[in-house]
Design a protein around this ligand. Structure first.
Ligand code: TMP
Ligand code: ZN
Length: 399
């Protein structure tokens, strides 16, 4: 296959086998028509980008029934408030600034700009999540951000001071189009700021569940620098984040328009030490994933044989990769509790474990909870003090 960014020939370094849509929670009557594709990842030795080999049609993933609502977690809400304040303090110094957010979901980030009376536009392809934002007064258009959209938005609103994206850039297959459209719509001193799950964390933690249909890319500073350099952008800052099990915030601008922070060269040095620029690192990652799979599966089997009541906590998108790669189904996990109404009383994609409202977790009194929302571990352990006090254990493939 060809690299999506630079057209170089690339080969997959890992396949997770047949995978359903990560957020495709479904009813029993839909089992027979469930869609599967091969989830495999490749590394480009020219632009150093880690990417999916094939991705399902975006319309299968981002539609009117999209199951991911950002506002489900308190810690994410405070993260986005801090993110907005940081942008305002550092990058919105022009008079009457205007910002655009790609994939603005339910408005979790933009509401902070609305509260500060800052001109904003959210671009969100999934109508149901966009509606939540619109109902809260956030200026949102149901669309994919592309060249056409940029042209229209430019006519309507003029140039932007900042383009923002949180856990969205890694979802977009054609980054060259995004870079071109962003260049067109940004002011000369405008910035492109985005954060996404970080490749360095994924390799260190063996958190292979970051890989699923929506995440076309798992970025590093080395890859982001290269991808956007092809379009005249410069990576000027990088800031590690705790969200989503380890993320990185990237700040880019038109080359030469702003100073470059030392953070960038320091991070790139670290990435080279970790081997993020070498294929051998990804070959080792594959071996690590196989070991991780054997470990979690045998632990669950052992606990089940001991007669333990096992449930899952958080029917995350990431859990679809774990469950289908490790072939863990309802014979090992009785149900997964989740606070998102649209997922409840459906089944998990592929392995068909029932998803139940949070109250089931409390009533069922399990001994073991597989923490699929491991990226929210602190918040959840705080909330579930009673479960832990009564001898309940959270387990996860992430140690
Ligand atoms: P995320 O890891 O992609 O943010 O998804 C979190 C999922 O976990 C979402 O479906 C909501 C669910 N969840 C719970 O059920 N209980 C919780 O306490 C938290 C934080 C999340
Ligand atoms: Zn490439």
């Amino acid at each position: 296959m060809k690299c999506r960014v630079c057209n170089n020939h690339i080969e997959p370094f890992i396949s997770f086998g047949d995978m359903p849509i990560a957020n495709g929670f479904l009813l029993e009557k839909e089992f027979k028509d469930e869609y599967f594709f091969e989830l495999a990842t490749a590394f480009c030795e020219k632009c150093f980008t880690v990417q999916l080999v094939t991705q399902p049609d975006p319309n299968l993933m981002f539609h009117d029934n999209y199951a991911f609502f950002s506002k489900t977690s308190k810690s994410m809400q405070s993260h986005f408030k801090e993110f907005a304040n940081w942008i305002i303090a550092n990058y919105l110094k022009n008079k009457d600034p205007f910002i655009i957010e790609l994939g603005s979901n339910d408005g979790i980030l933009l509401e902070n700009f609305l509260n500060n009376k800052i001109r904003h536009l959210g671009v969100e392809p999934s109508a149901n999540v966009a509606k939540v934002a619109i109902d809260n007064g956030i200026n949102t258009e149901v669309a994919f951000f592309d060249n056409n959209f940029a042209n229209q938005a430019l006519l309507k609103n003029g140039k932007a001071d900042a383009i923002l994206a949180a856990n969205v850039m890694c979802h977009i297959p054609d980054l060259n189009e995004i870079a071109k459209a962003s260049k067109k719509i940004l002011k000369d001193d405008g910035v492109l700021i985005f954060e996404d799950p970080y490749l360095g964390d994924m390799i260190k933690k063996i958190s292979y569940d970051q890989i699923y249909d929506e995440h076309v890319y798992i970025f590093s500073a080395i890859s982001v620098k290269n991808i956007f350099a092809y379009h005249g952008f410069e990576l000027i800052d990088t800031l590690p984040q705790e969200t989503h099990g380890g993320s990185m915030r990237y700040v880019l601008c038109k080359k030469g328009s702003r100073n470059v922070s030392e953070n960038v060269s320091n991070l790139i040095k670290k990435e080279k030490n970790l081997g993020l620029d070498k294929l051998s690192t990804y070959k080792q990652f594959k071996v690590d994933c196989e070991l991780s799979k054997v470990k979690i599966k045998s632990l669950l089997k052992k606990l089940k044989n001991e007669g333990k009541k096992i449930v899952g906590y958080g029917a995350t998108s990431k859990s679809t990769t774990i469950l289908n790669y490790c072939k863990i189904g309802p014979e090992l996990i009785d149900f997964i509790s989740d606070t998102t109404p649209i997922k409840q009383n459906k089944y998990t994609p592929g392995m068909h474990i029932p998803v139940k409202p949070y109250e089931y977790f409390i009533k069922y009194n399990p001994q073991i909870a597989v923490l699929f929302a491991w990226n929210h571990r602190k918040e959840i352990e705080n909330k579930e003090k009673l479960f832990i006090k009564n001898g309940g254990k959270f387990i996860s493939h992430i140690s």
